[in-house]
Design a protein around this ligand. Structure first.
Ligand SMILES: Nc1ncnc2c1ncn2[C@@H]1O[C@H](COP(=O)(O)OP(=O)(O)OP(=O)(O)O)[C@@H](O)[C@H]1O
Ligand SMILES: [Mg+2]
Length: 549
């Protein structure tokens, strides 16, 4: 049996073969032991000892043969010593020495020296054992070599993963530190340049009309950037990367030179990588890096990394878009709220002042100086009010609300209305004990204020009724009705900046989570009815919006 069979083709230890071989060698060992080194000397010694005994006895009984017997005894003794010498030599050379070598081998193997081997002399009783132990050693060596190789491969993989994670971390950090989209993309390109030794890079974003807009670039001259500002998606590799959703490599920059009309970079030995930018399956654009050709040999791993980076960047781009949209919406909301406040506060006061001034102008000839003086005082009061409202708006962007709450504010409003219009106005209140949150009370006040302003401006009414009601279930009702000319059809739209009072009332009712109904017929007067609930399951959400209004 050869060593190759023990170890097997794949370098694996074959226990069955080793067992067969050991048995054969054991038999051989016994045979050798039996006939060769140990049995013959032992048999000789065994024979000599009785011979020596018999010779000793004869020597004692036959003095006549003393010389002969003594000589024989000496001869036997010398032969015995010789045999003892051979026995000892055999034991030393073929048992003790191999055992010491074996101990030494075990020590080397245990210390990790898997290349340690036992010498096989070919005529030794321990040769069979040595042969098997060497096979085990060989097996251990192969195993440890395979393990080392596997550990090296795994370490390399872990190092690569760590590197990829580091790259992703760097990219994420650069994306998070950005102020706006352009800044974000430029920072990204600089980070990528440092990570992959890129010579240049671009980020192109997909536009609504299926073009690619070059939004950020590094390492390209201004003329190229200008020429490449807007290109059709189907034009080149970038478009293919985008439509296929895959990282593509282009080893030759000639196609780019053809499209642009001149070399994009001085170093024409570079290659270009195009990576799609996607977010939740939506194509957003593509980023390109111009790198040395030999830079990326393990392309599959690099592709996976670049794809991940593309997804990160896609997410950041989408987030930047959403941030912009949220900012735009918030500005619109602020402007809307400001317009509402201006309409319901300052504009109302100014309109009422204009009304009073024209009344004064019409009646100035028929009135006594005292009446005129009183009217002028009212106009002065109105101007003071307008001025205060303006200051309040400028200072806090909050309309003045009576610190005592909605009801006192309404009473003040109705008192002023009565004085200014001379109409008969009635206030019915059935919610004294209730106190709504300040922002809700403000909405109710503004709705009543606009309803009264409309009555003053358009109704020509004699009597006005304002009723506030609230039951234990938190159901609130506000009614403002007049007996004026009425309107044929409530108009919720108007030219920009005109006739917007009713739509603002509607919006305020919506913010309250309630409903505003207007009932009116020509010559039948007008009823404005507001109803809402508080507390309302959605109130908290609404309150957050009220803070802006
Ligand atoms: N109580 C009312 N009686 C009669 N007509 C009314 C009454 N309230 C509203 N209207 C009619 O509805 C129209 C729309 O009212 P709205 O409050 O939206 O605009 P406005 O009062 O004309 O202007 P703004 O409120 O923007 O200063 C008014 O122009 C008016 O014709
Ligand atoms: Mg109005």
């Amino acid at each position: 049996m050869t060593q190759a069979r023990d170890i097997g083709d794949a370098g694996r230890f074959d226990p069955v073969a080793a067992h067969d071989k050991a048995a054969a060698q054991r038999r051989e060992g016994f045979r050798l032991l039996k006939y060769k080194r140990f049995v013959l000397p032992l048999a000789g010694i065994g024979l000599l000892i009785p011979l020596m005994g018999i010779t000793g006895v004869l020597l004692a009984h036959y003095p006549a043969y003393t010389d002969t017997l003594f000589t024989a005894l000496l001869l036997f003794t010398a032969s015995g010593l010789g045999l003892v010498y051979f026995l000892f030599k055999a034991l030393y050379g073929h048992v003790l020495t191999p055992v010491w070598r074996l101990k030494d081998w075990v020590a080397r193997i245990r210390s990790g020296d898997h290349e340690a081997r036992l010498t096989e002399h070919g005529n030794d009783e321990f040769d069979g054992l040595s042969h098997d132990l060497n096979a085990i050693g060989q097996f251990l060596e192969t195993l440890s070599h395979n393990l080392d190789e596997e550990v090296r491969r795994q370490t390399e993989r872990i190092a690569q993963k760590t590197n990829s994670l580091q790259v992703l971390y760097d990219v994420a950090a650069s994306l998070n530190a950005s102020r706006d989209l352009k800044d974000l993309l430029t920072r990204f390109l600089y980070t990528m340049r440092d990570i992959v030794n890129a010579h240049a890079g671009t980020v192109r974003l997909l536009t609504d009309n299926n073009q690619m807009e070059l939004v950020a670039s590094i390492g390209l001259d201004d003329e190229i950037v200008e020429r490449e500002r807007m290109v059709p998606v189907q034009r080149c590799l970038c478009g293919s990367a985008l439509s296929e959703g895959e990282v593509l490599f282009q080893q030759d920059l000639k196609p780019c030179t053809q499209f642009v009309g001149r070399p994009m970079l001085e170093d024409t030995s570079l290659e270009m990588i195009a990576v799609p930018l996607q977010y939740r399956g939506k194509n957003l654009g593509v980023y390109n890096l111009f790198v040395n050709r030999a830079e990326f040999e393990a392309r599959d791993e690099v592709k996976a990394l670049f794809t991940s980076i593309g997804r990160h960047l896609g997410m950041a781009i989408e987030k930047a878009h959403l941030d912009n949209e949220a900012k735009r919406l918030s500005i619109m909301q602020e402007r809307n709220a400001l317009a509402h406040e201006l309409h319901d506060s300052l504009a109302q006061t100014l309109a009422s002042l204009r009304f009073q001034t024209s009344m004064l102008d019409e009646t100035v000839d028929q009135q006594s100086m005292e009446d005129i003086h009183s009217e002028i005082q009212q106009i002065k009061g109105g101007l003071d009010e307008a001025y205060t409202e303006l200051r309040e708006l400028l200072a806090h962007f909050r309309a003045p609300m009576n610190a005592r709450g909605l009801l006192p504010a309404l009473e003040d409003l109705i008192g002023t209305f009565r004085k200014q219009t001379g109409m008969h106005i009635l206030l019915q209140k059935e919610w004294e004990s209730t106190r709504l949150p300040g922002n809700m009370e403000m909405q109710v006040l503004r709705i009543v204020q606009e309803a009264l302003a409309n009555i003053r401006k358009h109704s020509r009414a004699h009597t006005v009724r304002v009723m506030l009601k609230c039951n234990n279930e938190g159901q609130y009702h506000v009614l403002v009705e007049d007996d004026g000319v009425g309107m044929s059809r409530p108009a919720f739209t108007g030219h920009p900046g005109e006739h917007i009072g009713l739509s603002i009332m509607q919006e305020r009712a919506r913010y309250l989570g309630g409903e505003l109904r207007i009932e009116s017929e020509e010559s039948e007067g007008t009823r404005v009815q507001l109803s809402f609930r508080h507390p309302d399951p959605n109130t908290d959400r609404h309150n957050q919006r009220f803070a802006l209004i």
